[in-house]
Design a binder for this molecule. Structure first.
Ligand SMILES: [Zn+2]
Ligand SMILES: [Zn+2]
Length: 315
């Protein structure tokens, strides 16, 4: 597995042929009978996953369970240091951990269906992994994300999140940190204050706000921020985690009504850096085309102001 950089741009690719071997429950529309097949993530089939790393629950019955991804995009082999050969060929081993966090023991429930308490427990599982893996040598960032639904890249329907902890800072995280620094004070602290009163506001509770971002790249895109300048999930109080679970459930419940596939990504500041923690929910309703690939700009046919109305229940 190799991490490769574009010839001249700060754009990286992980070349991982083992990922191509993973089972795919959504392969063809007609093959939806696959549901009847053994689910690797269901209770009773624990022996079908790589050895468990941790769980929430009891020895006999787990509620949340995490283990290495059977088809990892990164692993702990090779040299994690990024090097350049012949000027244009920059690479390193795709070094790190790729794990699966099964969010529930119930095959029929998705994250949106879980209780606030259970969603909060999923967040505590994220915290456990961020804490443990960030302290490891050569790990620069623990990416926590979720792919829900066939248009978001899920290969198994049983509700789960993933993490890839690897040997570089993701470019987008790097850019957000760098750009935030250009402002005298955290720009997001001010953006939140403006957006929670704007026509793009979606939800608010004592600790969090959610809004459809001004330049939404996805239909119904939603960003969730703590009102206080908190830089990582690991720094949140119990009350704040509870409020995060609440607001997350509200956003996801709305997306469920649309039956939308979505991705969810966590953005935070790794040790020694500053970034206002946030979660981005990226529904995968439209498909990107050539213009988007060419320009890295996006044509979004749904205004975030309209998306916000939907979230607020005005549409
Ligand atoms: Zn299952
Ligand atoms: Zn801030």
């Amino acid at each position: 597995m190799e991490l490769r950089k574009d010839y001249i741009l700060d754009r990286y690719v992980i070349v991982s042929s083992s990922r191509g071997k993973r089972p795919f429950e959504f392969k063809r529309e007609k093959e939806h009978k696959e549901e009847g097949k053994t689910c690797f993530f269901c209770p009773g089939n624990e022996n079908l996953t790589p050895p468990e790393i941790g769980r929430i629950g009891t020895k006999k019955k787990w509620k949340i369970r995490w283990f290495p991804n059977k088809f990892p995009a990164v692993d702990k082999k090779g040299n994690p240091n990024i090097k350049t050969r012949k000027e244009f060929f920059t690479s390193a081993s795709a070094y790190g951990h790729h794990e699966v966090i099964v969010e529930t023991n119930n095959h029929k429930k998705q994250l949106a269906d879980l209780t606030e308490k259970s969603i909060k427990e999923v967040l505590t599982a994220y915290i456990d992994r961020i804490k443990k893996l960030s302290s490891e040598k050569n790990i620069k960032y623990v990416c926590i994300f979720k792919n829900h639904g066939r248009n978001a890249g899920t290969s198994l329907v049983h509700s789960h999140s993933q993490l890839i902890a690897y040997n570089k800072l993701p470019e987008l995280v790097k850019e957000k940190i760098k750009t935030s620094k250009k402002y005298k004070k955290c720009p997001y602290c001010r953006i939140i204050k403006l957006e929670k009163k704007s026509e793009r506001r979606c939800f608010e509770n004592p600790s969090f706000v959610s809004f459809a971002p001004y330049a939404s790249r996805f239909h119904f895109e939603n960003w969730i921020f703590p009102k206080k300048h908190i830089t990582n999930l690991t720094q949140m109080s119990d009350k704040q985690l509870g409020d995060l679970a609440k607001i997350l459930k509200k956003v996801l419940a709305k997306l469920k009504k649309l039956n939308a596939s979505y991705n969810m990504e966590l953005f935070y500041a790794p040790k020694g850096k500053d970034l206002h923690f946030h979660i981005e929910i990226s529904p995968r309703i439209s498909i990107i085309g050539g213009f988007e690939i060419l320009s890295d700009d996006v044509i979004n046919s749904l205004a975030p102001e309209e998306a916000a109305k939907f979230y607020r229940g005005e549409k």
